[in-house]
Design a protein around this ligand. Structure first.
Ligand code: PRP
Ligand code: URA
Length: 209
């Protein structure tokens, strides 16, 4: 699928397997989510535009490439996406951070928005949406809808684990969006949880139940 990128790096796969283990506690879970975000970010940001700038080394003046254009915007989907933010700002410390608050209704599994604050202006920035889980795809589609309504154009989405159903919906609804997936899992269960998945990402990151 064009614009869909599956991660195959062994470090990413190993760390995702550790995330899945039910005995992995909050501390380690948080650390792993951040590390995976660094590794996935390294892949997802390989097409950032460069420009030549003049610098002086201790030896001589030279022209050398640096990232060009407006600063990156990172947009975590609350809550669980927050766990990935530090991973991306480790790579791009100057990134601006927006937030989109969405929760899934436990019965209908439909997303409800409760917060949205994006860096302004957003139209000239590369925007990286962060959420560890792409399940039905409802939350991701809603997040991209909001960003586009605010003028966002160049959008990338990063998910640590995706279900085929959610990936298909997001790609079909927003084919222009680049989607980065750490691991594609088998299916959703009757509660719209990803199988085998890792359980509830927000609860595992924040130690809630
Ligand atoms: C989880 C997850 C995604 C969403 C995925 O969040 O972090 O945002 O579910 O499901 P979907 O693809 O079916 O929409 P949740 O709604 O549990 O909120 P939380 O992060 O606050 O726990
Ligand atoms: N949200 C999660 O945190 N986990 C799932 O498996 C599905 C949605």
């Amino acid at each position: 699928m064009e614009n869909v990128f599956m991660m195959d790096h062994p470090l990413i796969q190993h760390k995702i397997s550790m995330l899945r283990m039910k005995e992995t506690g909050t501390n380690e879970f948080r650390r792993l989510v951040e590390e995976i975000a660094v590794l996935m970010g390294y892949e997802a940001l390989r097409d950032l535009p460069l420009e030549e700038v003049e610098v002086e080394t201790p030896i001589e003046a030279c022209s050398t490439p640096m990232i060009s254009g407006k600063k990156l915007a990172v947009v975590p989907v609350l809550r669980a996406g927050l766990g990935m933010v530090n991973g991306i700002t480790t790579l791009v410390p100057s990134a601006k951070v927006g937030h989109i608050g969405l929760y899934r209704d436990p019965k209908t599994h439909k997303p409800h928005e409760y917060y949205c604050k994006l860096p302004d202006p957003i139209d000239q920035r590369t925007i990286v949406v962060l959420d560890p889980m792409l399940a039905t795809g409802g939350s991701a589609v809603a997040a991209v809808d909001f960003i586009k309504q605010h003028g966002g154009k160049r959008i990338k989405c990063m998910f640590i684990i995706a279900a085929p159903e959610g990936l298909e919906l997001l790609h079909r609804t927003h084919p222009d969006v680049q989607i980065y997936v750490g691991h594609l899992d088998r299916e959703l269960n009757e509660h719209a949880y990803i199988c085998p998945g890792l359980g509830d990402a927000g609860d595992r990151i924040f130690g809630t139940k």
